[in-house]
Design a protein around this ligand. Structure first.
Ligand SMILES: Cc1cc2nc3c(=O)[nH]c(=O)nc-3n(C[C@H](O)[C@H](O)[C@H](O)COP(=O)(O)OP(=O)(O)OC[C@H]3O[C@@H](n4cnc5c(N)ncnc54)[C@H](O)[C@@H]3O)c2cc1C
Length: 268
């Protein structure tokens, strides 16, 4: 548990209204595909961070699938130490700029926030996005030093968020990592599913670039099972294989008429 800033009482923190992220003007956004929410300013982020009550039981962390140290990173935001804040997040999550944008925070961290029902939860996603963007836009991203090599090779099949996360974690453990991707670009649904106005592709590609700088190799246009099989990868000397191929194929209901023109699966 973090102590958090002591200057404000819980009552004073609860009196701070939840930050509203600025958005593109509707007249403008009707004419482009750019991201709609524009992100918090440093001042807005620091004020929003003051709303955190630093609860002893950390319900927000329990609501996060990867247990991001939320109160601790928020305490850094209060102090204006944005790069330190994002580095805390990156210890457990290699994609904070992505998760800050597209995670369903309202049912995870923010939905579990003590303030959620009465005051609106602390805008944890917006703060996560802010510190990640701040780090990237101010060229403060630090590529972690190369760990001692283990001599082990891992093949990761699929470069969606699952494959990218595994690749990032394994390279930091000192393994040699190659990601095999069927399509011509890495990123999975982050690239070809989630639209630009919700998650800009530049942000995904920036994270992929950081993984490359750490030593992760990407083999694109490679359908594992066709271009190369898992047995062949094992014969090539891979010690382990992670299969993160997503759920790209539709399940049809086998009902009459589903093959007719004009009937689409959900992804289409
Ligand atoms: C339109 C849409 C919008 C969404 N919006 C959100 C959102 O806002 N928030 C949210 O939290 N979630 C959202 N999701 C869900 C989220 O995108 C998925 O949960 C997530 O992408 C799953 O990640 P993944 O890495 O498991 O799979 P994927 O992202 O599907 O990646 C799998 C990758 O594996 C590759 N692959 C498949 N087979 C092979 C093979 N044989 N060889 C090599 N590569 C292969 C694929 O080409 C793909 O790149 C959305 C999903 C869709 C479809």
């Amino acid at each position: 548990m973090t102590e958090g800033p002591k200057k404000l009482s819980p009552k004073e923190r609860m009196a701070i209204p939840r930050a509203k992220m600025p958005e593109q003007n509707p007249d403008l956004r009707a004419q482009n595909f750019n991201e709609v929410p524009l992100g918090l300013t440093p001042e807005m982020a620091m004020k929003e961070a003051l709303r955190c009550l630093h609860c002893r039981t950390e319900p927000c962390v329990k609501g996060c699938p990867v247990n991001v140290p939320i109160p601790q990173f928020i305490a850094k935001v209060v102090e204006g130490k944005f790069a330190e804040a994002v580095r805390l997040i990156k210890k457990v999550n290699v994609l904070p700029a992505v998760c800050g944008r597209v995670c369903p925070q309202e049912v995870q961290c923010e939905g579990n926030c003590t303030l959620f029902k009465k005051y609106g939860g602390v805008s944890i996603g917006a703060l996560e996005r802010f510190v990640a963007d701040y780090e990237r836009e101010n060229n403060l991203v630090e590529i972690p030093p190369k760990p001692k090599p283990t001599g082990k090779k891992v093949a990761v099949i699929g470069s969606g968020p699952s494959g990218l996360t595994v690749a990032g974690d394994l390279i930091q453990l000192g393994h040699e990592v190659t990601v095999f991707e069927a399509l011509h670009e890495p990123g999975g649904v982050l690239i070809y599913g989630i639209p630009e106005f919700r998650l800009p592709k530049d942000i995904v590609m920036f994270e992929v670039g950081n993984l490359e700088k750490q030593g992760v190799k990407f083999e694109l246009n490679t359908v594992v099972g066709m271009s190369v099989t898992i047995d062949e990868l094992l014969e090539e000397g891979y010690d382990a294989i992670y299969i993160g191929v997503g759920a790209g194929l539709p399940w049809f209901l086998r009902i009459e008429g589903e093959e007719l023109n004009g009937v689409y699966s959900a992804d289409e």
